[in-house]
Ligand binder design. Sequence first.
Ligand code: UDP
Length: 387
Amino acid sequence: MAYRFLIVGAGFSGCVLANQLVKQLNCSIDIWDERDHIGGNSHTTRDEKTGIMVHQYGPHIFNTDKKEIWDFVNSFDEFKPYVHRVKANSKGKIYGLPVNLHTINQFFNKNFTPKEAEKFIEEQADKTIEEPKNFEEQALKFIGKDLYKAFFYGYTKKQWGCEPKELPASILKRIPVRFNYNDNYYNNFFSGIPTNGYTFIMEKMIEHPSITVTLDRKFIPGKDGKEYTHIFYTGPIDAYFQYKHGRLGYRTVTFEKGYDNGDFQGTAQMNYCDEEVPYTRITEHKHFTYWEANDKTVYFKEYSKETGENDIPYYPKRQVADKKLLKLYRDEADQQSNISFLGRLATYRYMDMHHVIGEAIELSKKVVDCVNTNQPLPVFSNVETFI
Ligand code: UDP
């Protein structure tokens, strides 16, 4: 029997899933997206005035440790080598992030060797904290009060709109601390920027006679999709249930665009760590596509705020109340049939592109197995999804 699938959302989750399913099953796939473009929040486009490739929803640097995921994305476009080196402005001085030996030496005005720096930071660390329960405790335990206050406290308050104590420790665990001069923002082995952008990659992924895409098409839960064998939903899980238990907390981001000649800030990303500066960071996109020459430049100041009803949800807050709400939605989702939930919004997790791609591939394998063995398709890709 030929399956008729509906995929709601044309971001990485939806496009990877479509790409994998259409190769392995006798199926037709419709993809709907409520925006006027595919690509989700990884969407890349050309700035109308300068022609510079911009990441419309904020900087996206592809990085992964998994060779199979690297090879997979490279099969759609050539990735140019790119190492993300973030700069941070704290009290008017510029440092390198993540915190590394240079940051430590500059900040404390020292010339420590790696071992000396490690010992010094260990002395700064709060030894009363055994198992960090939140972002602040994680920071105090691993880098001590001074570096925490200089680089993380103000930025995090602006970014998340709450005290860092109210946030999970996992948010800080995203960023390494190093006692050498390696200032690569990521620990992952593979890293790069696609020559033609992420949207180009997703276009290639879904280029198939059995896949159709409908843009500007909002999915109405309970009403839409009845004619399909199965729906794969990548939108917000609370929206799917029409917010019946309340709204999950998200931060959204707004951008203020500026133009200049030549080079505006000398690097792709400059973070502003002080609470008094209203924006969190400035991204200058021409530094991502360094192989393209351009006399002009475009940059974006990024502001963070609570997500209102008509805002795009970006960062899941995952505070205690959110997790309780999430459990209600998850339990309800588990009772559904003919629908699977996948991706950042549908599982309410802070996921990077490589996580999203990996999980969509995993889910596609499970779906193919279930189809081949006549089992019902899974509601979620794995049981760990909500931890
Ligand atoms: N963070 C910070 N200061 C910085 C950079 C990051 O306090 O200069 C904190 C902040 O809470 C942020 C988190 O670390 O949300 C994760 O940072 P990352 O750079 O991974 O955020 P993303 O690029 O996903 O917005």
